[in-house]
Design a protein around this ligand. Structure first.
Ligand SMILES: [Zn+2]
Length: 446
């Protein structure tokens, strides 16, 4: 059966609009109506969705499209909650899903109700076609991703891990198109940095501030923080970053290619990065793909203006590259701040990296080569984190891939969590066509 794409496109617009209009701002979340909407659509087509509530109103949706079981399942993951919106900063009300100027406007149109709608339509199209599948497809639309997933994927894993059995997952976090000197690229997210939050304590002498003393903990800490803020941590290579840079270089003329490949050279990397004609967002991302980072965010010292405190504390958000460990990271940090500062790990979540030669990655690469023959697929590392971290515990390899063309002037990457979050109708269509092809090729029985 051929797909009637015009009709599929009308349907996906309707589903995305319906999802955006159900306000799932987290906190408080309240994803239940959105999960019920999906369930009702799926039931209409003869599927048997489950709504699993982790707390009143906090609903997760799971549905299986069964295959022969010859290969292990593919998980299509997304989340139903959205971050808060300030309506007075928006051109159209954030939960109106207004269609205007070629866009659907609204909170969640980029993060991540667009992906939910694309995964839903992909599943429906495959079901309608009645194609034999060599593996099950599991669609999971979670609660609570934006606030730590306690009521979403983490709860599902603790309570219903059996429903999530899969070898691979497609998730948010990648699929963005961009352009360097006229060469188009697409990304597929294959890695996520780990989280390593630090606490630093400086000790000194306390006393009356009227008579200054040299061993002032506030000054000692401030000096350490300032050194840390001005020094990049050492460069480390990972398969994702190497392949990203190699692919980026491959699409460029000789001169730019040399510049790009030079990013892998510890001695030249930082200098060369500043020469690249990429947006500041991409430059920061590239830096993050090559270095552990540590960012001071919280400072605490003293209570009374006239009293020197004996202790000053900073808390820092650290992010670790795949292959790195907290001990090594602590050494990099203490090398900069010096022995006078006590550095402790407050919280650690390991980094992760998926196989760049897995059958799913190769399928994504092949499909992109078909639909955008000029473009190059690059594996990408996310500096932040997504629900993919929790899937790692279940041995599921995640790939962030919600395909979107770069349609300028605002790159899709900058619209998540932003005022006036929106998606072009063209990109919603493109996303559906590409993801459908990937899933079909990966799951259809030969
Ligand atoms: Zn998201």
């Amino acid at each position: 059966m051929d797909i009637h794409w015009e009709q599929a496109f009308d349907e996906i617009v309707e589903h995305l609009q319906a999802l955006v209009r159900l306000d799932t701002t987290n906190p408080p979340g309240q994803e239940r109506p959105a999960a019920e909407y999906l369930a009702q659509v799926l039931r209409r087509e003869g599927l048997e969705p489950l709504i699993l509530e982790s707390a009143p109103g906090r609903a997760n949706l799971v549905v299986h499209l069964r295959g022969t079981g010859q290969e292990r399942p593919l998980l299509l993951l997304s989340h139903l909650d959205v971050v808060p919106a300030e309506p007075d900063k928006w051109r159209y009300p954030p939960f109106s899903a207004t269609v205007s100027e070629g866009y659907i406007w609204g909170r969640g149109t980029m993060d991540a109700k667009n992906l939910t709608a694309i995964e839903l339509m992909t599943l429906l199209l495959l079901k309608r076609q009645g194609l034999p599948l060599k593996r099950d497809i599991v669609m999971v639309a979670c609660a609570d991703e934006e606030e730590g997933s306690r009521y979403g994927l983490r709860w599902l894993i603790e309570n219903h891990a059996d429903l999530l059995e899969a070898a691979f997952a497609i998730n948010e976090g990648g699929g963005y198109g961009f352009d360097l000197r006229g060469q188009p690229y697409f990304t597929c997210q294959t890695a996520e940095k780990g989280i390593c939050w630090l606490r630093m304590d400086a000790s000194g002498l306390s006393g009356q501030a009227a008579v200054p003393i040299e061993e002032n903990a506030v000054v000692i800490l401030a000096e350490a923080i300032s050194r840390l803020g001005r020094t990049a941590l050492p460069l480390h290579l990972t398969p994702t970053a190497e392949r990203f840079i190699e692919g980026l270089a491959r699409g460029q003329g000789a001169e730019t290619a040399i510049l790009v490949r030079g990013l892998l050279d510890p001695a030249a990397s930082s200098f060369l990065l500043r020469q690249l004609p990429l947006s500041p967002t991409w430059l920061r991302l590239l830096h993050g793909m090559l270095h552990n980072t540590v960012t001071p965010t919280v400072l605490q010292a003293g209570r009374e203006i006239q009293i020197i405190p004996s202790r000053a504390t900073a808390r820092l958000d650290g992010r670790l590259l795949p292959g790195q460990h907290p001990e090594q990271f602590l050494r990099e940090v203490t090398d900069i701040v010096g022995p006078a500062i006590d550095v402790q790990v407050e919280e650690y979540v390991p980094p992760l990296e998926s196989d760049l030669d897995s059958p799913l990655y190769r399928t994504i690469e092949a499909v992109i080569a078909e639909v955008e023959p000029q473009s190059i697929l690059l594996p990408m590392m996310l500096c932040g984190s997504t629900d993919a971290k929790y899937l790692d515990v279940l041995n599921i390899s995640s790939y962030g891939f919600c395909p979107m063309r770069d349609e300028g002037p605002v790159s899709p990457m900058q619209l998540a969590h932003a005022h006036n979050e929106r998606i072009t109708l063209d990109n919603l269509r493109f996303g559906l066509e590409v993801l459908y092809r990937v899933v079909r090729r990966f799951c259809a029985a030969p």
